[in-house]
Design a protein around this ligand. Structure first.
Ligand SMILES: [Zn+2]
Length: 286
């Protein structure tokens, strides 16, 4: 085990490869039983809170959503002592009322990914976590308050559909997802939310809207210039919101049960877990 180094983990998505305003510049490589995380992790502080920042696509954006080692990313943060993860993510809007450069704090997910490993368990240890409410309510509320305090137009709640990518949806898929009541679409957050819950880490998404996917018939095709300008504006906003949120979070987790997710989830009797699985899952099983 590594000595605890950070209280809060921040996962940066497209356009957010570092965090302006974070003090301290130590970068470390963290090895995990599940392989290597997307990049080195930067350790620092925001105010009095210790934070660990990781760019989920790598700092040069070299990893497709399907190529990200989600298990290594979440496990590495767990090893560093993180018990809350704030995830900043670029998304497409599936609703007329949700515009580019606005933010959404989703409270539900739909999984349309394929062949991604979404669990730490298996190979000698079985567990089924509760995932009916996949987002930490306390962290989500804090992100909402942080967003509004920074002047963002913030939508309270919503359903995030996680698609496989890397190509975007067809128009037929986009219309289908709208008929399902989907609010936003992205490619990365579902696995992170599941693995965080298994690791008993609070997880919440700050979704930054870049475009209207392809369903919107009145919207012009997005030019690269305007998309880049939106990504840049969103990155600035994300950094402001994340700093504000971290600064306002109470030190102790009070209003959620994320920290006891495994209490009734383990099916395998603890004495029957193989030594290999016990070693692999040491940070999670304690
Ligand atoms: Zn929580």
């Amino acid at each position: 085990m590594i000595e605890p180094r950070a209280e809060i983990g921040i996962l940066g998505g497209s356009g957010l490869y570092g965090l302006a305003g974070m003090e301290g510049g130590e970068e470390i490589r963290v090895a995990t039983p599940f392989g290597d995380p997307s990049d080195r992790i930067r350790l620092g502080t925001i105010g009095k809170t210790s934070v660990a920042f990781l760019a989920r696509h790598g700092r040069k954006h070299t990893l497709l959503p399907s190529d990200i080692n989600y298990r290594a990313n979440i496990y590495a943060l767990k090893l560093l002592g993180v018990d809350r993860i704030l995830s900043a993510s670029a998304v497409g809007s599936m609703r007329e009322s949700i515009h580019p450069r606005q933010v959404v704090l989703p409270d539900q997910f739909i999984d349309r990914t394929r062949n991604r490993i979404s669990t730490f368990f298996g190979d000698g240890a079985a567990a089924h976590i509760s995932f009916a409410d996949p987002v930490c309510p306390e962290l989500r509320t804090a992100l909402l308050a942080g967003s509004r305090a920074e002047g963002a137009v913030a939508h309270d709640g919503g359903t995030y559909l996680c698609m496989e990518g890397p190509a975007f949806s067809t128009r037929a898929e986009s219309r289908l997802y709208r008929s399902w009541g989907v609010d936003i679409i992205g490619m990365t957050n579902l696995q992170e939310a599941k693995l965080s819950r298994e690791a008993e880490i609070c997880y919440a998404t700050l979704a930054l809207v870049t475009d209207f996917d392809c369903w919107h018939e009145d919207e012009d095709d997005v030019s690269v210039d305007s998309l880049l300008a939106t990504l840049k504006a969103n990155s600035r906003l994300a950094a402001d919101v994340l700093r504000k949120t971290v600064a306002g979070l109470p030190r102790e987790r009070r209003e959620c049960r994320c920290g006891q997710a495994l209490k009734y989830a383990m099916i395998t009797d603890r004495d029957s877990i193989s030594p290999e699985a016990r070693k692999r899952l040491a940070a999670i099983l304690g």
